[in-house]
Design a protein around this ligand. Structure first.
Ligand code: AMP
Length: 425
C-alpha cells in the first residue's frame, strides 16, 4: 500500500459541511463593516521578519517562540504572518494611504500562522478577520471599534459573549505603571518562570500576560494599573467606557488585561465567549498609537481588533438556530420522468431569486426523494407529480414538522419569500 499523508500538526481541512459557516461569517462581516464605512485591504501571506520583530515586539511569545520564519533562495529572512496589524500598517505606510484621507478605516481577512501548542480552538494555521481605524485619536474611535465587534457578533447570532476592557497607558504613564508592577512582582521574582524573569527589566507588563499557571498565582493582589494612568489616559478610558455603556454594551473592567502584543497603548479589550472552553477569547484588540511611526510612517493614532474565524464557527456550530440564518436547502422532487423538464424550469427561477436548490432528476418516486432530502438535510421539499401538473400546483413539504401544503406553480417564489425571507444570491 502506498503511503497516506495527513495535514501538518495544528492545521486542518475545512470540509464542505463547514464551509457554509465560513461564508456566512465572512459575508456578514463584509456587509457590516461596509455600514461603518470600512474598506478591505489584502496584504501578502509572508513579510520581512523584521516587520514583526519591530512591530509586535521582540519580547513577546509570538516573536520569541511562535513565528514560522525561513530564508528564501535570495537569502531574505521571511515570516508567515502571525497577525494582520503589522502588515496592514506596513501597507498603509508604503502606499501613503495616510496622504489620501485623515482617517483610514480598513479590514482584512485571511490565514495567520503561529507555532503554538495545538488544542481545541488553537491552531498553527488559523484565520482572522480584523479591522483597523487609523488616524483617529478620539475615544469615540475606540468605542466605535468595540461597538462594531459587538454589533457583528449580535448579527451573527453568537450568544454568551462579554466584553472585557482595560487601559495600559501611554508613553507618559507607562514607565510609572511598569515601576509599580516591578515593585510588586520583584518580591516573588525567583518563583516566576524563566520568561518572566527575562522580561522583568525590559517589559514587565508582559508578565501579566504569562500563561504559566504558577506565575498567574503570584499576580493576585496586584496593584490596579489604572491608578497609575496619567490624566489624559484616565479621561480617555472614562470616555470609552461611557460611550459603550451608553450603547447598552455589557462590559467588565479587568486591570490585568494587557494582551500578547507590545504595540498596545491605552485601550485593550477582549470579547470572550462562555462556549469556547479554555481558549475562550473570540476577539481581541485595542489602541496602538505608536505603531505607525515605529514602522516608518507619520505619527498616526490607531485602534482595531481581530477575531478568529475558527472560534466563531465553533460557537455557531453549537447553536441550534444557526440553520434559520443561512440559506436553507430546498429539494426539488419530480415524481415521474415526465415532470423533470418543468421542475428544471422552476429550479432555475428559484435559483435566480437567490435560494439554494437541489434538483434530483435521477429518482422519480416520492419515497426515495424524501429519503434523499432527509439525507441532504433539506428544509423544504417541492413535490411535482402528475396530479400537481394537472392542477398547476406544487406540493410543498416542510421537513422540520412534516407539514404539507399546495401552492400555485407560479406563486412558489412568493411562498419562499414568506417562508425564508429574500434569497441570498
Ligand atoms: P490575537 O491576534 O492574539 O490578539 O488574537 C485575536 C483572536 O484571534 C483571538 O481572540 C482568537 O479568536 C484568534 N486566534 C489567535 N490565535 C489563534 C490560534 N492559534 N488558533 C485559533 N485562533 C486564534
Amino acid at each position: 500500500m502506498s503511503q497516506k499523508y495527513t495535514v501538518p500538526r495544528g492545521t486542518k481541512d475545512i470540509l464542505p459541511s463547514e464551509i457554509p459557516f465560513w461564508h456566512y461569517i465572512e459575508s456578514s462581516s463584509r456587509s457590516l463593516f461596509g455600514l461603518y464605512n470600512y474598506q478591505e485591504i489584502r496584504t501578502p501571506i509572508f513579510e520581512h521578519t523584521e516587520l514583526f520583530e519591530r512591530g509586535i515586539g521582540d519580547a513577546t511569545d509570538i516573536v520569541e517562540k511562535e513565528m514560522y520564519t525561513f530564508t528564501d533562495k535570495g537569502n531574505r529572512r521571511l515570516t508567515l504572518r502571525p497577525e494582520g496589524t503589522a502588515p496592514l500598517v506596513r501597507a498603509y505606510v508604503q502606499n501613503s494611504i495616510y496622504a489620501k484621507s485623515k482617517v483610514a478605516k480598513l479590514y482584512y481577512c485571511g490565514p495567520m500562522f503561529r507555532y503554538e501548542r495545538p488544542q481545541s480552538g488553537r491552531y498553527r494555521q488559523f484565520h482572522q478577520i480584523g479591522v483597523e481605524c487609523l488616524g483617529n485619536a478620539l475615544p469615540i474611535a475606540d468605542a466605535e471599534v468595540i461597538a462594531m465587534g459587538v454589533h457583528l457578533f449580535d448579527e451573527l447570532g453568537l450568544s454568551g459573549l462579554s466584553v472585557t476592557i482595560n487601559s495600559v497607558g501611554c508613553a507618559v504613564c507607562r514607565p510609572v505603571i511598569e515601576e509599580r508592577l516591578k515593585q510588586f512582582i520583584g518580591m516573588n521574582l525567583e518563583n516566576l518562570c524563566e520568561d518572566c524573569n527575562r522580561r522583568f527589566d525590559s517589559r514587565p507588563l508582559r508578565i501579566l500576560d504569562c500563561k504559566n499557571v504558577t506565575c498567574k498565582t503570584y499576580m493576585t493582589g496586584l496593584p490596579d494599573i489604572r491608578n497609575s494612568l496619567c490624566h489624559e489616559c484616565t479621561d480617555h478610558f472614562n470616555y470609552v467606557v461611557g460611550y459603550i455603556d451608553n450603547l447598552g454594551i455589557r462590559f467588565q473592567i479587568n486591570p490585568q488585561l494587557v494582551r500578547g502584543l507590545d504595540y498596545y497603548t491605552r485601550t485593550t479589550f477582549e470579547i470572550v465567549s462562555d462556549q469556547l472552553g479554555a481558549q475562550n477569547a473570540l476577539c481581541g484588540g485595542g489602541r496602538y498609537d505608536g505603531l505607525v511611526s515605529q514602522l516608518g510612517g507619520p505619527a498616526t493614532p490607531a485602534v482595531g481588533f481581530a477575531f478568529g474565524i475558527e472560534r466563531a464557527v465553533m460557537i455557531l456550530q453549537e447553536l441550534s438556530d444557526y440553520h434559520q440564518k443561512v440559506n436553507p436547502l430546498i429539494y426539488m422532487a419530480p415524481v415521474g420522468f415526465d415532470q423533470v423538464a418543468k421542475c428544471f424550469l422552476l429550479v432555475d427561477r428559484i435559483r435566480r431569486a437567490g435560494y439554494r436548490v437541489e434538483l434530483e432528476a435521477g429518482k422519480t418516486d416520492l419515497k426515495s426523494h424524501l429519503k434523499q432530502a432527509d439525507k441532504l438535510d433539506a428544509r423544504l421539499v417541492l413535490i411535482y407529480g402528475e396530479t400537481e401538473a394537472e392542477q398547476g400546483n406544487i406540493l410543498v413539504r416542510r421537513m422540520t414538522d412534516r407539514t404539507q401544503e399546495s401552492v400555485d406553480f407560479d406563486a412558489v417564489l412568493e411562498f419562499l419569500l414568506a417562508e425564508f425571507g429574500p434569497g441570498h444570491g
